[in-house]
Design a binder for this molecule. Structure first.
Ligand code: SF4
Length: 92
């Protein structure tokens, strides 16, 4: 799979997940693309889409928490209006 294909998979995942949860995606296309790239790189490097804004520790149990959608995003979106990476935003 090429990097572009991996990135496309990430984009499809994010759109589907946002629609399901009623979130918005980052309205800035460049920022959104950067997060997609970060997630795609992690998918290629680790075989799982670990959060590009957090450190992968190498501990499977711990790292599972930061596979996108990470365990933190719902609280972050509720409190800050967006997740840590600014991928998902609270709907207005
Ligand atoms: S902070 Fe956002 S982009 Fe990062 S893993 Fe959590 S939901 Fe995904």
């Amino acid at each position: 799979m090429t990097f572009e294909e991996t990135k496309e998979k990430v984009r499809q995942y994010a759109e589907k997940y946002a629609a399901k949860k009623g979130y918005r995606l980052n309205p800035n296309p460049e920022e959104l693309d950067l997060v997609y790239e970060g997630l795609a790189k992690r998918r290629e490097q680790y075989g799982a889409q670990y959060c590009p804004c957090r450190i992968v520790l190498g501990d499977k149990e711990e790292d599972r928490k930061i596979i996108c959608p990470c365990i933190y995003h719902a609280d972050e979106i509720e409190q800050d209006g967006m997740c840590h990476c600014a991928l998902f935003f609270k709907a207005e």
